[in-house]
Design a protein. Structure first.
Length: 310
């Protein structure tokens, strides 16, 4: 059994990732820590609690974390992609899962100290994680690995011309995490697109289960589906956060990886939040991450289906 701290800015695809993770027999989610990102923190917290309830397994504590980046205020939110509530405007009722007392950053530090072989799955801006590193660097070095969905690899215009949303929303926090000496597994946004996207045939499979979870996966992402149709002419639901969760749930889903050094641009106004890679050691810096370059899309979709068929 692997022990996971799930850090999230819970919008529609994060919610799918959380349900999948809670239904994975090989993982135990020690806590869900919420961070501002896709949507405002109160909506993130509510959606995390909804997802825990929808999973209908066990109920890890849900904690409120950072409500803004390390410096300044949030510059963008993702309602256009995820709906006004972050879950497709579905107006789900208030969940019975409570918000646990205490700050997410304090709980991250506590779990890093208390849980051997703790791993972190980070699916939003890295503000909570960076704060924990700043406050308790030695405790955080006990964490076995951080798997994060963020950054770009081959893709340009992922959010800005050079940067992906999660990193760009708090580039300074990301830089702290990448410089921390902790080992990172980076699942960049472009690896989460293409054949991993949930198309009409996949949605028919999910609907065909006639389960609450199968319907939730589609309904909570209806705004994302409509955005992809209108903006890109693609009849798909993109699943970046579930892709990163799948890498944690089943490492066998990974088809390609490379060890490298990575850093985050924080000075250029044109490239703020861009991930920069050194693959051959020319910078003189030691490798600090495993970059995932390809996953098995069929295996990924089997994992999505398996989590929704009951």
């Amino acid at each position: 059994m692997r022990h996971i701290l799930f850090d999230t800015d819970t919008a529609s695809d994060d919610a799918v990732a959380l349900v999948m993770s809670l239904r994975c027999a090989d993982l135990h989610i020690e806590a869900v820590t919420c961070v501002c990102g896709n949507i405002t923190l109160p909506k993130v917290i509510r959606n995390a609690r909804i997802a825990v309830e929808k999973a209908a397994t066990y109920r890890p504590p849900v904690y409120a974390g950072m409500a803004r980046p390390l410096f300044g205020q949030p510059t963008s939110f993702g309602e256009q992609a995820h709906g006004p509530d972050g879950l497709g405007g579905m107006n789900y009722p208030e969940p019975s899962v409570p918000l646990s007392p205490g700050h997410a950053v304090d709980q991250i530090i506590r779990l890093a100290r208390e849980v051997d072989d703790l791993e972190i799955l980070a699916l939003g801006p890295l503000t909570n994680i960076a704060m924990a590193i700043l406050l308790a660097p030695e405790a955080m070095k006990r964490v076995k690995n951080i798997t994060l969905m963020g950054g770009q690899y081959r893709m340009i215009d992922a959010f800005t011309a050079n940067a992906e949303f999660n990193i760009a929303m708090d580039a300074e926090a990301a830089k702290i995490v990448f410089a921390s000496g902790m080992h990172l597994t980076v699942v960049p946004i472009d690896v989460c697109y293409g054949h991993t996207e949930i198309d009409a045939a996949d949605r028919a499979v999910l609907r065909g289960y006639h389960t609450e979870v199968g319907d939730f996966y589609i309904d909570a992402n209806r705004t994302l589906l409509e955005m992809n149709k209108g903006a890109y002419g693609k009849d798909i639901i993109s699943m970046p956060d579930p892709t990163a969760a799948a890498v944690v749930m089943d490492p066998g889903v990974v088809r390609g990886r490379v060890e490298c050094f990575a850093d985050v641009e924080v000075k250029s106004p044109f490239a703020m939040g861009e991930l920069l890679y050194d693959f051959d050691g020319r910078s003189g810096n030691p490798q600090n991450c495993t970059l995932i370059t390809e996953i098995d899309p069929a295996r990924f979709k089997e994992m999505v289906f398996a989590s929704a068929d009951h």
